[in-house]
Design a protein around this ligand. Sequence first.
Ligand code: NAP
Length: 525
Amino acid sequence: MKLANYLSGQWTAGSGSGEPLVDPVTGDELARVSSQGAAIGAALDFARSRGGAALRQLSYQQRAELLAKIADVLTANRDDYFRISLLNSGANQADASFDVDGALYTMKYYARIGRALAEGKLVKEGATIPLSKTNVFAAQHFLTPTKGAALFINAFNFPAWGFCEKAAPALLSGVPIVVKPASPTAWLTHKMGEDIVKAGILPEGAMSMLCGSARDLLDHAREGDVVCFTGSADTATRIRSNPNALRRSVRVNIEADSINSAILGPDAAPGSDVFDLLVKEVVREMTLKAGQKCTAIRRVLVPRARLKAAGEAIAARLKGMKVGNPRNAETQVGPVVNKAQQAACFEGLRKLKQECPVVFGGDEQFQPVDADAQKAAFVQPTLLACEDGAGAQFVHDVEVFGPAATLVAYDGAEDLIAIARRGLGSLVASIFSNDAAFIRHVVLGIGDLHGRILVVDSAVGGQHTGHGNVVPSCLHGGPGRAGGGEELAGLRALLLYHRRFVVQGPPSCLADLAGLAADASLLYA
Ligand code: NAP
């Protein structure tokens, strides 16, 4: 089966033999993708001219209704998405739910909050600004949907959520989307796209899908387009430096990889509730989706005196978890997505082992439950410990995109802050402590290098949303190495797909335009 591309309103298979998608447990081929021969330039023109024009005919509220219909269709086909997640990502129920239910929730969320913008066609920002003494000449800032296309280049680990979290704000803004899923797991995104097309919800050209290599996609980007990339920092650098995108000042939003931290406060003694909450969260982050989350905890920063106790507590939990074929109900940890990712994990772990002893796991020959280790792509959950956070290099730099984390000892708050900052920009850090002064000091010390900080104390207990869980009402993204991009954060996400401009003129003209506009304060509600 070759997954067809949906371009210029037509399903057409790419030429050539294409690239295989495999079952990470059996190694069996499931489908192929190819973008060879795809008329990408024409498809982008079609999206901009047909899809964009049709979407902009609608108000924000009408587009929110489209999102609601999409959410309904996706919900009706949810079982298929779980089946594909199992086959193509080796995802158990919990792993698949994190991606698929996260996607449905995000789509429904934007359908709901998008209605607040009501009948507007553009957004009015701030009050009018007087520019003449007699008030015959004034200014008003507006945000208007861009007339380009939104080009999404997604990562393999969230084929459902990655698609929906980008698609919802772009479509709500009135901008047509061109989706390029990561090849290894393109099947799920493709199936969701197919279901949306079959349901006839969107106007022609509002959604296109390119499976397989991105080829020269970026060479066709134009001034009004927005490129949203999620993936590794290395690919991000290539996207960012595309000469055509640079020359045309194409807006590029990057969500890249990141070395995220969980921090144990000095007050949290072994056996305390806060200590246990950190241990539980670290294990969850290491094992859910086999650690293939951009937000997963990679470094666990603990007071030096707690290094041994934290290592023992995390290792004890990991020991009790069965790793293997997700079709076996006894297993809790699945495979990574394919042999290439397994090899990348092993390579990263070998680097980490050069500077940190292994506390648990780390066996490249380990036997997964109900699977042939030769064919399958499993990585044993692995915990390492670093005594010299200041002197270490790999632990702050190498993202093992699998079930792995490293404990790092710290000596006092300043040392901790310096170590956390060695990640050079992360999506998220979490602090587990009951010490308000410590929390305040750390938040102020690392806030500028993190997109999100999660604080858990005894009062929060188990009611937090999760270190690695991205909720659509809150910002997702991070500075520096994490890519510098910003996504979600409720209706603020629409800013990415709008252009700010100011009109200077007679107040009557400004009032006339303002009559078509929703108020920007709604974006920040
Ligand atoms: P990747 O290898 O960087 O690929 C990401 C996407 O870029 C894929 O669709 C890939 O297509 C495409 N691509 C590769 N080379 C390209 C080029 N020269 N021009 C245009 N597109 C190109 O990343 P991945 O392995 O799929 O994903 C894992 C990484 O993503 C991890 O490092 C993880 O931390 C990061 N991630 C970040 C976030 C976030 O929100 N910050 C979320 C999820 C994942 P092909 O698949 O066809 O090669």
